[in-house]
Design a protein around this ligand. Structure first.
Ligand code: NAD
Length: 359
């Protein structure tokens, strides 16, 4: 048996966590789950949205499946999702986008993986507010040392891109491509404009690519990449990007294949990995056994592959694909008419998937 942490989350989290756990167990993957909590429900009981026991469990097992967690607006605590990524140094955000027959989309035949750097760039949180003393100090230093001048009414966000962080994410993308039998890595940037941050990213990408002669390498400027993905998504395979472009392009790619309901994801570091759906906790559907468990189940498929349990992963993905293709035992969001009375609930869709896994 392998120990895996299951973070049940809040809102729709517990329902989809239960559905995903049952589907994964049906593959015979031999997982011993450690159930832990995070989010607004546990906050009300224990006074913290992220109990120590939850973080300790992830550190111990090294692998977690996580249901969504609400980030209350203006209630005093930062996003637990961001906190977990930072404290556990989960430097890779992995987001596959794949077309499944039966999911409504303008496109078919898409099979892309976005590898997003998770720690640097404009998301590093290094920001200076308009009008503050620190900000004035920085503006004055820049105005002294740069040909371009900044007005004293500006706010500033810093964009660090380092050799170390770029090397490890691009290496991750190539290693992933090799492990998963993929053919090409595309590095995305805006090096023509931001020569010292994105330029560095591109130089490092090219250096890393030399160590992988078996994988094709190319680069794209981010604006062109957006157009290419809309016009010819089938040309792309693994796409590696700095944090901000990665955030935007991964949503674009989710849109290409039918949206959040089927978008799995993972945040991965050297020692630990957390697998989670891209969607949030949809609080208005809490406790209704209504929402689609597919994204978290497909995150479970990614987790099984990460653990080297390839046969179990294939079996589960094929079962999900088959249930979606049949279009019968699926939740309301997968029906042509959202009010279709034949739509099934979260746990019934999981039952249908388990039935396929077993046969
Ligand atoms: P959301 O993804 O929770 O919901 C938006 C809408 O998408 C829902 O109202 C619903 O119509 C639909 N939807 C989402 N998941 C679905 C599913 N599985 N099946 C069917 N329909 C589904 O986004 P939001 O409303 O912006 O965020 C709600 C909360 O979730 C916020 O507090 C946000 O911070 C949090 N959030 C958490 C995570 C995470 O835990 N990783 C990610 C995104 C948002």
């Amino acid at each position: 048996m392998t120990d895996v942490t299951l973070i049940t989350g809040d809102g729709i989290g517990p329902e989809i966590a239960e559905a995903a756990r049952r589907c994964i167990d049906a593959t015979g993957a031999g997982i011993k789950w450690e159930l832990v909590e995070a989010g607004v429900d546990v906050m009300e009981r224990l006074g913290t949205p992220l109990p120590d026991a939850t973080v300790e469990s992830i550190k111990k097992t090294g692998i977690a499946l996580k249901a969504p967690i609400t980030t209350p607006v203006g209630k005093g605590y930062r996003s637990i999702n961001v906190h977990l990524r930072q404290t556990l140094d989960l430097y890779t955000c992995l987001r596959p986008s794949k077309s499944y027959k039966g999911v409504r989309s303008r496109y078919s035949g898409i099979d892309l993986v976005v590898v997003r750097e998770n720690t640097e760039d404009l998301y590093a949180g290094i920001e200076f507010q308009k009008g503050k003393d620190d900000t004035a100090e920085i503006i004055s230093w820049i105005n002294k040392h740069s040909k371009r001048q900044i007005g004293d009414d500006a706010g500033i966000s810093i964009k660090p891109i380092s050799v170390k962080a770029t090397e490890r994410i691009v290496t991750y993308a190539f290693d992933y491509a090799r492990k998963m039998g993929r053919k090409k890595v595309t590095s995305v940037h805006k090096a023509n404009i931001m020569k010292f941050s994105d330029g560095l990213w591109l130089d490092v990408s090219r250096e890393v690519a030399k160590q992988y002669p078996d994988i094709e390498f190319e680069d794209r400027i981010v604006d062109n990449m957006c157009m290419q993905l809309i016009q010819k998504p089938e040309l792309y395979d693994v796409i590696v990007l700095p944090n901000l472009y990665g955030d935007i392009i991964s949503d674009l790619c989710a849109g290409l294949v039918g949206g959040l309901g089927v978008a799995p994801g993972a945040n991965i570091g050297e020692k630990m990995a957390i697998f989670e759906a891209t969607h949030g906790s949809a609080p208005k559907y809490k406790g209704q056994n209504k929402v689609n468990p597919t994204a978290l189940i497909l995150s479970g498929v990614m987790m099984l592959r990460h653990m080297g349990k390839m046969a179990e992963a294939e079996k589960l993905e094929a079962a999900v694909a088959s249930v979606i293709a049949e279009g019968k035992n699926v939740t309301y969001d997968m029906k042509a008419d959202r009010d279709d009375p034949t739509a099934v609930g979260t746990s019934q869709m999981a039952d249908a998937i388990i039935e396929k896994v077993k046969n």
